[in-house]
Design a protein around this ligand. Structure first.
Ligand SMILES: [Zn+2]
Length: 81
């Protein structure tokens, strides 16, 4: 079973789903680098939250994400990259 992975900003309480898997012992996961809209969303996320406290967390941190706003990568399908 694969585990969702999200990049989060603790300062703004936002997160973006960008990967799956990556569990021990091999830490091999799938990063959505083949999805241009996901990379556009990630680019926006990183620049927006530059110098903020970012974490890359697996889904069992669900309690930690309580109250966080999900940024939907689908909203970046029409964004100029
Ligand atoms: Zn932030």
């Amino acid at each position: 079973m694969s585990v969702d992975r999200k990049i989060t900003c603790e300062d703004c309480k936002e997160y973006l789903w960008i990967a799956q898997g990556g569990c021990p012992p091999d830490h091999e996961g799938t990063f959505y680098s083949g999805e241009p809209h996901t990379m556009a969303a990630l680019k926006h996320f990183l620049f927006k939250h530059s110098e903020h406290n970012l974490k890359f967390v697996p889904e069992h941190y669900a309690d930690y994400l309580e109250g966080y706003k999900e940024i939907d990568a689908d909203n970046f399908k029409e964004v100029k990259r």
